[in-house]
Design a protein around this ligand. Structure first.
Ligand code: GLP
Length: 241
């Protein structure tokens, strides 16, 4: 695991975007695994700048997003589909048909999870997976659990995740209780993993996840076992290691 310390969120975003750009330049038809949340927004902004400056071409890439709330449709401004279009897809020359987000409106969880796993396999797997880190160590929506869930599955969100995400909704009752997420196995099969994390409020979980025991109680800790992980973290997020 490589840890790159950055000054602050802006610096983190620039360095993470550089690594993604390097992936796209070296393999123009690569498959990027993408993430939502506040952590990667600056990275997406920086990628858009590179595109606008003529330095990056997204026309050959495919994308697969980590997760989506179950029950939110694409037009809902809290859906991850909406987020990705707002922050990246509508701002660069990615081919819309090659962008993929789990379908939160598919009520049949088994069907949707199977479809998503098969889709990722049909693309040849993920070349670079971008991740954020939840306060409880979740990656995607893989919440602390007794076991590491291998494949894309439907999860019941924990109270702490519902609490953390309620700021984006009109009220806590509007926060969906379930989500579809790639599994830990899906994430671990990515050839490269790039995790971005910033802020003092993440310092405890950064220390636990990357310097503590590998346990499904801290889902991100499994990344210690991945052969090619880069964590780009600001000084505040690294302040407890
Ligand atoms: C959300 C997402 C995760 C994200 C995490 C942290 O619940 N499902 O993919 O990494 O929370 O979010 P943030 O970056 O806003 O702290």
């Amino acid at each position: 695991m490589r840890i790159i310390e950055t000054k602050d969120y802006t610096d983190m975003s620039r360095k993470a975007a550089n690594l993604i750009a390097a992936q796209i330049v070296t393999k123009p038809n690569c498959v990027l695994g993408l993430a939502t949340g506040s952590s990667p927004i600056g990275t997406y902004d920086r990628l858009v700048e590179m595109y606008e400056q003529g330095d990056l071409d997204f026309s050959g890439i495919s994308t697969v997003n980590l997760d989506e709330y179950k029950g939110l449709d694409r037009e809902n401004d809290q859906s991850y589909y909406y987020f990705m279009h707002e922050h990246l897809f509508d701002r660069v020359n990615v081919v819309a048909e090659r962008t993929n987000v789990p379908n939160g409106m598919e009520p049949d969880a088994d069907k949707e999870c199977k479809r998503y796993e098969e889709l990722i396999a049909s693309l040849g797997g993920v070349d670079l997976q971008l991740l954020g880190l939840g306060h409880n160590g979740h990656i995607g929506f893989n919440e602390p659990a007794e076991i590491f869930d291998k494949a894309t599955h439907c999860v019941d969100l924990t109270e702490s995740t519902i609490e953390a995400n309620k700021r984006f909704f009109a009220s806590v009752d509007d926060v969906p209780r379930q989500a579809y997420t790639m599994g830990i196995g899906t994430i671990m099969r990515a050839k490269k993993v790039l995790l971005v994390v910033s802020g003092e409020d993440k310092a405890d979980i950064v220390a636990k996840a990357f310097f503590g025991d590998v346990t499904p109680q801290v889902p991100a800790s499994i990344l210690q076992m991945h052969p090619d992980v880069t964590v780009v973290a600001d000084a505040a997020a690294l302040s407890k290691i």
